[in-house]
Structure formats: C-alpha cells, structure tokens
Design a protein around this ligand. Structure first.
Ligand SMILES: NC(=O)c1ccc[n+]([C@@H]2O[C@H](COP(=O)([O-])OP(=O)(O)OC[C@H]3O[C@@H](n4cnc5c(N)ncnc54)[C@H](OP(=O)(O)O)[C@@H]3O)[C@@H](O)[C@H]2O)c1
Length: 292
C-alpha cells in the first residue's frame, strides 16, 4: 500500500523499514542482505537510516544499490564528520556527500537534520546547507527529525518538506497540533518508533532500556489488546494515524518484517478502538513529551 508523501511529488509505502537494528556489526552480512531484499519484494519500499546507525548506510548501499530506483531512501545528518564541528553548514554538507558515497547512490530522497536543538534550527546555517544540496540535486526533500518545540518550529517554519517523529500507542503528543499542521502544509510525515520499542516484552520495569518511558506509560494507560496481539494493535494505530504517510518499524528479523506487513495491510483500527486509545493518552497524559 502506498500514500503520497505530503505534497512532495512522490509516494511512499505505508510500512517502511527502520534500520537502527541492522547497523549492528555482529549481524550476519548475508542475512542483512536477505532482509533488505525481502523488504523491497514485499513492497516495504521506504528505507530509513542515519549516519549514526552503525553499518546500516554501508549495508544498504552494498545490498540495494542495484535496486535503487525501487525504493525511497531517507537518511539523517548533522554530526560525526571528521574535520567538521557538529551542527555546522560544513558538517551538514559533508554529511550529505558522505551519505551519498556510503549509500552508493547519486541522490537521496529525504534527508533529515537528526534532532538538532531549536537554536541551531533558528540560526539557519544547517537549514541553508540542506537547501543548497537540494538545489544541487543531491536530495529531493529537506526534512527535520525530532520532537516537541523543535518539531513544531520546523513544521511552522515552511523550510521543510518532511518530518520524522515518534507516533505510537504511548507517544501521541504530535497528533494534537504538530501533525495536523504538517498535513495542512503538504509536509510528508514519517512515524518512527511505531511499536514503541515493544515494551510488552518486559514483565518488570526495564530500567535503562530505550523503551522504559513507554513501559511506564503503558502501565498508566491500561490499554487492552482484546483480540489482537500487541504488535498488531500498535502497528495499525501508528500506520493509519491521521497525517502519517509511512511508519518505519525497526527489525532485523524477516519473520517480524512479514508479520508487520500483514498487520499494516489489515488497515486502520475500528474508529471506536482508535478513540479509546487516544482518550487513554489524553486522560493519563502527565505532560508526556515526544520521545527522541
Ligand atoms: N530520528 C530518530 O531520532 C529516530 C529515533 C528512533 C528511531 N528512529 C527510526 O525509527 C525506526 C523504528 O524505531 P525503533 O526501531 O527504535 O522502534 P520500533 O520500530 O517501535 O521497535 C523496534 C523493536 O520492535 C521489535 N519488533 C519489530 N517487529 C516486531 C514484531 N512483529 N513482533 C515483535 N517485536 C517486533 C524489534 O525487534 P526485532 O529486531 O527482533 O524484530 C525491535 O526491538 C528505527 O529503526 C529508525 O530508523 C529514528
């Protein structure tokens, strides 16, 4: 299933693949290649990566360069380039060139500033670097990945054609104001962490785990899954939330990838279930901030 990426002139698959997990150097190279191939074969054709995801960019380049025209490639920049201070014009420009090289392509579809602070956005240098690269044909959509005040500012600024933010059962803040505005402005929206990093895996509070905050919110909200399992409920909520163009699930497992595709294709949750989940978030919301 595909949707328009806002008014940016191209479509994306409603389920995308997040590659945070497949950057792990310990993973078997052949298995990673098989997973990436399988994603495209299944129609999961938005691949999201970042400079900071270990070997992910390099692996996407290695395994998918020959299928480049079959998928939408999203990456993130702003830091980690030797010889450049993070969050400068030069670092963003060099980050884009480095991504093109690692990903073995001559264009990137969506390039995000990877969660820089509001002051950095407002200063303008890094945004100008993105726009310059877009004007040079190195990328199609200048985008921002982040949450809260930064996300709201990025959307309102008119400088970005895409955003990436957390949308899941336990992280709904952006559904209130940010995403309706993004949609009205034709900005494409990628929902990250759509499974909320699967906090139901832990019987007790997973102190220090990435999903700890979501685990606590799950306890507070008291949502029931009824006839579904957690991944199905979570995915159908996030993939089909208003304004979301594509939800990127992170997985290193072909089995999970296939299951996720099937769940996403089952369509939106029945409206009354969607509303129960929205209400549970609003009622228990203890100034819950969007989680990077
Ligand atoms: N821009 C940013 O700052 C930022 C931050 C976070 C994430 N992201 C992007 O968003 C993507 C998704 O976020 P995420 O990976 O953090 O969180 P997520 O997609 O909510 O959850 C990923 C976790 O769920 C598991 N999983 C996937 N499918 C499953 C299934 N069917 N059943 C049970 N467990 C399943 C995965 O493990 P298995 O490997 O075992 O499947 C992994 O542990 C990332 O890969 C990345 O591309 C961006």
């Amino acid at each position: 299933m595909q949707r328009a990426f806002g008014k940016q002139g191209f479509a994306v698959s409603t389920l995308g693949l997040g590659t945070g997990n497949i950057g792990d150097p310990a993973l078997d190279e052949t298995q990673v290649g098989a997973l990436l191939d399988r994603a495209l074969d299944l129609g999961v054709t938005l691949i999201d990566t970042a400079r900071s995801y270990g070997k992910a960019e390099e692996r996407i380049g290695r395994h998918l360069a020959h299928r480049r025209h079959q998928f939408v490639l999203s990456t993130k920049v702003g830091y980690g380039i030797p010889g450049h201070k993070d969050w400068t014009h030069g670092c963003v420009a060099a980050g884009i060139d480095a991504a093109l090289k690692r990903l073995r392509t001559d264009y990137l579809d969506i390039v995000h500033l990877h969660s820089c602070p509001l002051e950095t956005l407002q200063k303008g240098d890094v945004v100008r670097a993105l726009h310059k690269a877009r004007d040079q044909g190195k990328l199609r959509v200048a985008a921002y990945s982040g949450e809260n005040a930064e996300l709201q500012w990025a959307i309102a600024s008119g400088q970005f054609g895409g955003v990436e933010c957390s949308v899941n059962l336990f992280d709904q803040r952006c559904l209130e104001h940010a995403l309706p505005l993004a949609q009205a402005r034709g900005i494409g929206v990628i929902a990250k962490r759509p499974l909320a990093n699967a906090p139901w895996r832990f019987a007790g509070r997973p102190v220090g785990d990435y999903c700890e905050e979501y685990w606590l919110r799950r306890q507070a909200m008291g949502i029931e899954t009824h006839d579904m399992d957690w991944p199905e409920l979570a995915l159908r909520f996030a993939v089909h939330a208003p304004a979301v163009c594509c939800a990127i699930v992170g997985t290193a497992s072909v089995e999970h990838l296939m299951q996720n595709k099937e769940y996403a294709d089952r369509g939106p949750l029945p409206p009354e279930r969607f509303e129960v989940i929205r209400r549970a978030f609003r009622v228990h919301n203890d100034n819950w901030r969007g989680q990077i």
